[in-house]
Design a protein around this ligand. Structure first.
Ligand code: G3I
Length: 379
């Protein structure tokens, strides 16, 4: 029933061959750091050569490809343009990329009807050059909306009828622009409150709950092949919020609305317990016939880190990946950035950070090793 992983197998093979071409062309190198004792040396592809270590070190994407899962990262496109180590690591380690910001509404439609896809197009070009797939993020959210839209709704110059038209035009324009180049779209992002009621956003206030089905239908019409996702945080375990998504997905699918995936963001914090029922939660969406994905994984802590905190962080990353690998329809595992050099966390959670798998100097942290080990396991 759920053929997403099988379907991805073919795509993954295409990605791998393209990656090999890209690597052979010398586009993916600049070793980002290493885990373990410093013996031998790494060549410019990150492959380790030295006494007793003849085996080249496989990248995350090499290992993920063997497991028929895509390993992704959110990409800060400014860093991608300006930081060569960031660029090389993005190319070397990942088979999927997500725009951290540049596919969001305020960036792509800064004025009504005037679209600017330039930054996102750059990322799509980069992905194509490096044999990577692209996750689309995001078509409808309550954050990072342009001022013309929020102010228009607030001052009454945009009424409900007009807002619905604006939403339809935005979704149609963006999905059409990227048609055929996005494998999963986060169509609606963060539409539920923690208690499982629909979020009190301008969308709900103005349009009522039907905006969700509309968004999926419009996106599907514009690109029938892209897999269309709901996406949220705090939905790792089985709880009121994830159950609301489950019930909504069930209802929409019964109505023939093209909802095809559930995205679990997975912004974790080591001060809280690991959501041990993640695999059980993913499995229930699997049984509904939906793809699942870990879409924004990171694991923050109060800084500075110490070995115990980093070990706990590694264990959390490992647990997230293991749950995805154990779920047939979990088609991609994406980290929300890979280096502590660029992260949204310190700007949002005071005193916290170091949430990523490489440190600010691109050195591998225990979490990186944990992901590699988990991907390398025989299954
Ligand atoms: O682009 C402007 C720039 O022109 C300006 O000079 C600068 C000054 O602050 O701000 C820049 O915008 C920032 C933008 O990131 C791009 O860097 C915003 O202030 C900043 O708030 C914004 O943060 C993003 C955040 O979403 C917004 O809510 C983070 O980078 C991004 O990682 C984060 O991603 C979200 C996902 O989309 C959804 N799930 C949660 C996740 C983490 O919050």
């Amino acid at each position: 029933m759920n053929s997403s992983r099988t379907g991805l197998r073919r795509a993954a093979l295409v990605v791998l061959s393209a990656a090999l071409v890209a690597t052979a062309a010398g586009t993916a190198q600049a070793h980002p750091g290493k885990a373990g004792p410093a013996k031998g040396h790494h060549d410019d592809k990150g492959h380790h050569h030295g006494k007793g270590h003849p085996k080249p070190a496989a990248s995350l994407r090499d290992l993920a490809d063997r497991r028929h899962v895509l390993i992704g990262t959110a990409v800060d496109t400014t860093a991608l343009a300006e930081d060569s180590a960031y660029r090389a690591t993005t190319a070397r380690e990942f088979s999927s990329v997500t725009a951290e910001n540049v596919m969001k509404w305020e960036v792509v439609e800064p004025e009504r009807g005037r679209y600017d896809f330039s930054a996102a197009d750059e990322l799509v070009r980069f992905a194509r050059a490096h044999g990577q797939q692209v996750r689309g993020h995001t078509l409808l959210w309550h954050n990072q909306l342009p001022a013309w839209l929020t102010e228009g709704v607030a001052d009454g110059s945009i009424d409900a009828k007009e807002l619905r038209k604006i939403l339809r035009e935005h979704i149609t324009a963006e999905v059409t622009h990227f048609k055929g180049r996005i494998y999963q779209w986060d169509v609606v992002n963060e539409v539920f409150e923690e208690d499982g009621s629909l979020r009190d956003s301008i969308w709900l206030q103005q349009l009522g709950p039907s905006y969700i089905a509309d968004a999926f239908r419009w996106a599907h019409k514009a690109d029938p092949k892209a897999k269309l996702f709901m996406n949220d945080y705090n939905v790792e375990g089985v709880n009121a919020k994830s159950t609301a998504y489950y019930e909504l997905a069930k209802k929409l699918r019964a109505q023939g609305v093209p909802v095809q995936g559930m995205g679990v963001q997975a912004h974790l914090d080591i001060q809280y317990g690991f959501p041990t029922d993640l695999a059980a939660n993913l499995a229930r969406f699997d049984r509904l016939g939906l793809q699942t994905a870990i879409t924004e994984a990171d694991v923050r802590m109060f800084t500075p880190s110490d070995p115990a905190k980093l070990a706990r962080q590694a264990s959390d990353y490992r647990g997230l990946l293991a749950a995805c690998l154990a779920t047939k329809g979990c088609a991609s595992f994406t980290v929300w950035g890979f280096t502590d050099k660029y992260s949204w966390v310190p700007g949002t959670f005071e005193g916290e950070g170091e949430a990523n798998i490489l440190d600010a100097d691109f050195r591998h942290k225990p979490a990186y090793a944990a992901l590699r080990e988990e991907l390398a396991k025989r299954h």
